[in-house]
Write a protein that binds this ligand. Sequence first.
Ligand code: RP5
Length: 167
Amino acid sequence: MTQPAVPLVGIIMGSDSDLPVMKAAADICGRFGVPWEMRVMSAHRTPDDAAEYARTAYQRGLRVLIAGAGAAAHLAGALAANSPLPVIGVPVNATPLNGMDALLATVQMPSGIPVATVAVGGGTNAGLLAVQMLATGRPDLIEKLLAYKADLASAARAKNANMPRME
Ligand code: RP5
């Protein structure tokens, strides 16, 4: 029987309401064959769980953490405070402030505790950034990333076919 792969990327979110954004990060990891795990953990509602997860993530084999949260989004920072792993922050639009609250809370980290913050709702880029971090020591992932970029370029060039032309 084959063993399930040890997750390399931990995808954490403050609430299950963040899932539509964070699922995009998991989809990207899966596309590149990078094993991931997903958890709901909150810097405010379950702070001890979040701190414990961050403290033990490296020993469990995880190599990158992605944290998504909305409102006063302190989850990514709380994980970064407790882990030597790189943490990617995803601000989620969850309040009448349209994600600006989560963006500022996630990106404005004090010196010494970095969080690599992507755009509001940027689950896809968070997944890609995690894969790119892992790829620094993985030539197989570099090859897949080059192919991904080539596909992006082809799709962008193909849009020219639908541009209006002067009669
Ligand atoms: C944050 O509050 C969560 O990350 C979520 O974006 C937001 C709302 O959470 P719920 O009230 O939907 O559980 O902590």
